[in-house]
Design a protein around this ligand. Structure first.
Ligand code: NAD
Length: 352
């Protein structure tokens, strides 16, 4: 344990457990709200409509245009709907894309936010918003962005496709792994990170075999909450910088990019952060980079950037962008080493 540290607790209210969606009306009232706008992605519109009906007088309608990387143009349309319908809070019903839209609204008008989290990305417990405009992704951090209430109801995740379950959970593990070597790490974030990684590592193989296993789904949400809480408390490093570059400037799918990059970026930092990563390395038989690669392969996660449509000729540009304004990292960020890392990730070769 270090002699001294700073830990700032996040003030979100967590309502956890299968069936907890039944508490949504009470949670809206408890926030002092009475006119909720339900947010979803287009493919989840029917579920959002059902939720709006369940809300009765507390629901004013559905806005179902949430999209990955939170495009500012979508946020502007959602704000118009919020005003036109006289809403006084938002309910983001979905994964990180829908949560991102709720955060983007709250950042602009301070709307109270409730989240019903249905993937394992962990965004719902952070005060961080990544948004995209003119092909550039920027990140803001502000207290208005942190959702006030999060409902984790594993019954709502039974239909989450296995592939999205796996990639969004690997995204969550990335928050925890980078949290282990973060500059601002502290004993509490380390506890949450190790437990989050452990729980997800155990739950994911079960979800792949039995997607309707409620216990494993519940465990995965618990792991997602822990890993997301780490992301909300400490800074991220090279892995997140590379993923933000690939997502924001090359429009690669967020969670899949994390899943592919994670073994390579952690292998890059493994020696420089060996002591800090040790509790996680133990879970992967001592070799974290290789172990994460094998784990992702067993879960049938995507493993090569070329599968996502990135062209090889762009790797130089990614390396250039990634070393401009680099995030703090335990190992110095060297262009040639980063370029080699990107090549392996593009080819899908196991990290050394
Ligand atoms: P997502 O929200 O884009 O969802 C992926 C797909 O799964 C969507 O089509 C969605 O409609 C569908 N889906 C969601 N829940 C479902 C369910 N229960 N059943 C069936 N289908 C379901 O994916 P994600 O990985 O959760 O989020 C990615 C986004 O989150 C990115 O934009 C990323 O930048 C953001 N993110 C932000 C933070 C943060 O702290 N700011 C953290 C992690 C991710």
């Amino acid at each position: 344990m270090p002699h001294s540290f700073i830990y700032t607790a996040q003030s979100a209210r967590i309502v956890f457990g299968p069936g907890s969606l039944t508490q949504i009306n009470a949670e809206v009232r408890q926030l002092g709200c009475s006119r909720a706008l339900v947010l979803s992605t287009p493919s989840r519109r029917e579920d959002a409509e059902r939720l709006n009906q369940q809300l009765g007088d507390l629901g004013v309608g559905v806005f179902s245009e949430a999209a990955m990387h939170t495009p500012v143009a979508v946020t502007e349309r959602a704000l118009q709907a919020y005003v036109a319908l006289g809403a006084d809070c938002v309910i983001a019903f979905g994964g990180g894309s829908t949560v991102g839209l709720g955060k983007a609204i709250a950042y602009r008008n301070n709307a109270p936010q409730l989240v019903i989290a249905t993937t394992y990305a962990g965004s719902e417990v952070t005060a961080i918003l990544g948004q995209t405009e003119n092909g550039i992704k920027t990140t803001v951090k502000h207290e208005s962005i942190l959702p006030e209430v999060v409902i984790y109801d594993a019954e709502l995740t039974l239909g989450l496709p296995v592939s999205t379950s796996v990639t969004s959970a690997l995204n969550a593990m990335a928050h925890a792994l980078e949290g282990l070597y973060a500059k601002e790490r502290n004993p509490i974030t380390t506890l949450m990170a190790v437990e989050g990684i452990r729980v997800l590592k155990a739950a994911l193989p079960i979800i792949v075999q039995q997607p309707d296993n409620l216990q494993a789904r519940n465990d995965a949400l618990y792991g997602a909450w822990l890993c997301g809480s780490v992301l909300g408390s400490v800074g991220m490093a090279l892995h997140h910088k590379l993923c933000h570059t690939l997502g924001g400037s090359f429009n690669l799918s967020h969670a899949q990019t994390h899943a592919i990059m994670l073994p390579h970026t952690i292998a890059y930092n493994a020696q420089a952060a060996a002591h800090m990563l040790a509790p996680a390395a133990e879970l992967f038989a001592g070799d974290l980079g290789g172990g994460l690669y094998d784990f992702a392969q067993a879960l049938q996660a995507p493993q090569a950037l070329k599968e996502l449509g990135l062209v090889e000729a762009d790797l130089d540009k990614v390396a250039d962008l990634a070393i401009q304004n680099p995030y703090w990292n335990p190992r110095s960020v060297e262009r040639q080493a980063v370029r080699e890392l990107l090549q392996r990730a593009w080819d899908g070769i196991r990290p050394e």
